[in-house]
Design a protein around this ligand. Sequence first.
Ligand code: UD1
Length: 342
Amino acid sequence: MKKTVLVSGGAGFIGSHVTVELIEAGYDVVVADNFSNCDRTCYEGVKKITGRKDLPLEVMDFCDLDAVKALFGKYHIDAVIHFAAYKAVGESVDKPLMYYKNNLLSFLNVLEVAQSTGKCNVLFSSSATVYGEPDAVPVTEATPRKPATSPYGNTKTMCEDILHDAVKASGGALKGILLRYFNPIGAHPSALIGELPRGVPNNLVPFITQTAIGKRECLNIFGNDYPTPDGTCQRDFIDIVDLARAHVYAVTRMIEGKMKKPVEIFNVGTGRPLSVMELVNAFEKVNGVKVPHKFAPRRAGDITAIWADPTLANTEMGWKATRTIEETLKAAWAWECRLAGK
Ligand code: UD1
C-alpha cells in the first residue's frame, strides 16, 4: 500500500522540492502550509512537474493544535516532514518571541498529535547552524554542537532536543530523523519551482541571481579578510534537488524500519567547501553573465568556514549529492530568468 507523507511547510523552497521527489519515489503527499512566507507559485509548480493535479493542500497553521489534530484525523500519516518554521537569522534577533513561539509550538503540536496516533515517523529539518563556529572542519554528526548565536539557531537546537526527549518517552510510538542541512541552493531543473525570497534576500544565491538580472545593483561580499584561502567565507553549497532526495532516503529508512537508533542524525552536505568568491566566479562563468560585486565589512554572526563530512549519510542511508556546482548554478539562473519572464 502507498504510504502517505505529510509535508508541513510544503509550499516553501525546500518543502516543494521535497514534495516532488517524494511523489516521484511513489509516496502520497499531503502538503500543508499557511502561506506566511510564500505564495502558491511553488505548489502550482509541483503539480505541473509531477502531473498530480489533485495534490492535497491543507492551508493551516501548525501552531493551531486543533487544526493539527483535524489534519491527522483526515489522513493516515505514515511520516511527517516538518519544515513549517520561520528562518531569517536577523529577524529572529529582533523578534525572538515570535520565533520561539512559532518554531517551537508548531513542532510541539506535530509531535503531540503524531504520538497520539500510536505510530508515526518524524523528520525534522535541522541546520548546520547547530555546529556554530566549529573547531575543525569538516564536521561530522559527532562534532559537538555550540551555543546558538541567534534565536533562529536556538530553535533548531531546541527542536533537536525536543525530538530526542519525545521519542525516548513515546514508548515506541515515535521515531525520528534529524537532517542537518548545509547551504541549500539552486532550483528544480524544470525551472518551475525555486527560491522566492520576500524583499531583499538574506541568502547569497538569491542575491547573486537578482543582481545578475538587474534587480539589485551590486552584491556585497561580506568580508574578504577571513583566514581562508581567498579571504571570503567557505560553505558547503548543496543542490536543492540533492537535498530533497536525502529526505526520500530518510523517510524510506524510517518507514521500512531500517533505523539503528530511535533518533538518527545525518549531515546533508556535499563535503565540498566553496568560498563565496569562488561561488560568484563560478556563477558568472557557467551562465555567461556579470554579477557586479564589491567587498563589504563582515556580516555579524557569520562563521568563517563550515562544510560537511557526509560519510554517514553516504554509507548508512546510501544517499549522496551528485549534482555539480555548475548544474546547480545554471538551475538557479534559469529560475531567476523565468521569474523575470525572460
Ligand atoms: C544561513 C543560516 C543557516 C541557514 C541558511 C539558510 C546561520 C549562521 N546561518 O546560512 O542557519 O540554514 O542561512 O540557507 O544561522 N553573503 C554575502 N553577501 C550576501 C549574502 C551572503 O557575502 O549578500 C555571504 C555570507 O556572509 C556567508 C555566505 O555568503 O559567508 C552564505 O550566506 P547565506 O546564504 O546567508 O547562508 P549562511 O549564513 O551560511
